[in-house]
Design a protein around this ligand. Structure first.
Ligand code: GDP
Ligand code: MG
Length: 177
């Protein structure tokens, strides 16, 4: 079992993956700090953020990992994935190439993680409806094919960000309890 149980506390490692600039870092900052950054600078420094939730009266710590921009070079290392029990696979609904990459990211998870991993496909930037390149139906059907949860989000206007993370965290909790 890769999740750690400390008394009545739980610690879950969750990774965020997907192509560069799909909004991974902003999803995390929106979830963890309710912040959004419109400057597209590569994430430097922060490895993960911890959020504490209560489920069934138990304290659950979600340790959510963000890449430091290494996905640009297709060089996310196995250390990044090690011990993960949940994953958000993110694409940008306004850039089809990022959706086309999802299968490759799923292969990465298969290579590096346990098959019991809780996985959520996230179509981010749903505020950009006017320049949408990937329909909701396409996202849904890929998620169904691959057995993933699915949600469209906007880190900009906060749509579904909390919900997406919480579904993954609850699923991990359900899997182990
Ligand atoms: P990462 O490389 O996947 O970590 O992506 P970032 O979080 O750095 O975001 C890349 C760019 O997309 C930045 O300019 C963000 O401001 C922008 N961005 C992120 N999320 C959203 C969103 O939900 N809507 C819109 N319109 N822009 C976003
Ligand atoms: Mg980033």
């Amino acid at each position: 079992e890769q999740s750690e149980e400390v008394g009545e506390e739980y610690l879950f490692k969750i990774v965020i993956i997907g192509d560069s600039a799909v909004g991974k870092s902003n999803l995390l900052s929106r979830f963890a700090r309710n912040e959004f950054d419109s400057n597209s600078k590569a994430t430097i420094g922060v490895e993960f953020q911890t959020q504490v939730l209560e489920i069934d009266g138990k304290e659950v710590k979600a340790q959510i990992w963000d890449t430091a921009g290494q996905e640009r070079f297709r060089a996310v290392t196995s250390a990044y994935y090690r011990g993960a029990v949940g994953a958000l696979i993110v694409y940008d609904i306004s850039r089809r190439s990022t959706f086309d990459s999802v299968k490759r990211w799923l292969d990465e998870l298969t290579t590096h993680c346990d098959s019991t991993l809780a996985r959520m496909l996230v179509g981010n930037k749903c505020d950009l409806e006017n320049i949408r390149e990937v329909s909701i139906e396409e996202g849904k059907s890929l998620a169904e094919e691959e057995g993933l949860f699915f949600m469209e989000t906007s880190a900009l206007d906060s749509t579904n960000v909390q919900t997406a993370f919480e579904i993954v965290i609850r699923e991990i909790y359900t899997n182990i309890s």
